[in-house]
Design a protein around this ligand. Structure first.
Ligand code: G
Ligand code: G
Ligand code: MN
Ligand code: NA
Length: 254
């Protein structure tokens, strides 16, 4: 109760912040994307990580207004980086299941693309398997509408859900994000390496690009290169950064 009330107030008072974690192309070594990750700047408690409030936001439905704020802020950021003359980077935004159920997400996204006149392919919506599997038909229709706008769609935390290949094939995903649990121990565990290798082969055969999440060591990076993974995201390159720090990173790479 306490958390719900203060989170509700916090959203209204502008206490949410978006951090951006770089995504690096493994061929060129360049930063070509970022995942937007929300944090709550609490006046007394300081920076609260999403694991401490996203579950409450999902239970209470607060994730819907919060998600709208995140989506809008990410689009505004894409616009602002464009105004600064920086190299365009694709921004990934996490979506919760409720944002599909409670809202016309396609209309909302279309409105934001117009409002900020941004290149639709610079927006990448990340969705988990579990978020779309309870109503596959509705999810397919909604995602097709969003995809038709030119926005990218990624399947997040891949490997942790229960979707079948034939179900996944119905969705217009451009990118598959391999969950970090599969790479934690990949340099010692041949089973994990075999799974990751199979996931990458499957994604490529569906013309999907692959991002591996949670890379922390050079050894993991070398293995993922050998498996022809396309992009990486992880502490090895950078933790999620405040917008100003990510802007500096883009400026330094110019
Ligand atoms: O940033 P961090 O690794 O602590 O994030 C923890 C979890 O919170 C991740 O699973 C991430 O998907 C989720 N998360 C972060 N930002 C958002 C957001 O804006 N919307 C939703 N729905 N989940 C988010
Ligand atoms: O949306 P998703 O569940 O994929 O959220 C990504 C989460 O993973 C974020 O909370 C981010 O802070 C976290 N993360 C990103 N890179 C690393 C990493 O290299 N190691 C660990 N332990 N966590 C990471
Ligand atoms: Mn994600
Ligand atoms: Na993930």
């Amino acid at each position: 109760f306490e958390l719900e009330t203060s989170l509700r107030l916090g959203i209204d008072r502008g206490e949410l912040r978006l951090f951006y974690q770089p995504q690096v192309d493994l061929d060129s070594g360049e930063v070509i994307g970022a995942e937007a990750l929300v944090r709550w700047m609490h006046p007394e408690r300081g920076l609260v990580p999403p694991g401490d409030f996203i579950p409450v936001a999902e239970e209470t439905g607060l994730i819907v207004p919060m998600g709208s704020w995140v989506l809008r802020t990410a689009c505004k950021q894409i616009y602002e980086w464009g105004q600064m003359g920086l190299k365009p980077v694709r921004v990934g935004v996490n979506l919760s299941a409720l944002q599909f159920k409670r809202q016309d997400l396609a209309a909302q996204v279309e409105g934001l693309l117009k409002e900020f006149s941004i290149d639709p392919s610079m927006l990448d919506l990340e969705i988990t398997e579990s978020a779309i599997m309870d109503d596959v038909d509705r999810a397919v229709a909604m995602l097709n509408r969003i995809s038709a706008l030119g926005v990218k769609l990624s399947i997040d935390d891949f490997g942790t859900g229960y979707s079948s290949l034939s179900q996944l094939r119905q969705f217009p995903f451009k990118t598959l994000k391999i969950d970090r649990s599969f790479v934690l121990d990949i340099d010692n565990n041949d089973g994990d390496a075999a799974i990751v290798s199979a996931i990458i082969a499957m994604a490529h055969s569906l013309n999907q690009s692959v991002i591996v999440e949670g890379l922390e060591t050079e050894q993991q990076l070398n293995i993922m290169r050998g498996l022809h993974c396309n992009e990486m995201q992880g502490f090895l390159f950078s933790a999620p950064l405040p917008a100003e720090k990510f802007t500096e990173l883009l400026q330094a790479g110019r």
